[in-house]
Design a protein. Structure first.
Length: 50
């Protein structure tokens, strides 16, 4: 039987990174891609893909 693990902290980190991504997209458009790795990584972890 597989144990379920909590993904709440990963969702929290995803939304933090998403806010950073949107802020960079609005303020510094040329640097928004710097927040993409954190956003995608924590989204995948929150969905329990990795």
């Amino acid at each position: 039987m597989e144990a379920t693990k909590s993904t709440g902290k990963y969702w929290l980190w995803f939304f933090v990174w998403l806010c950073i991504l949107v802020t960079l997209l609005v303020v510094y458009r040329e640097f928004f891609w710097l927040a993409l790795p954190g956003t995608v990584t924590y989204f995948a972890k929150a969905l329990d893909l990795i």
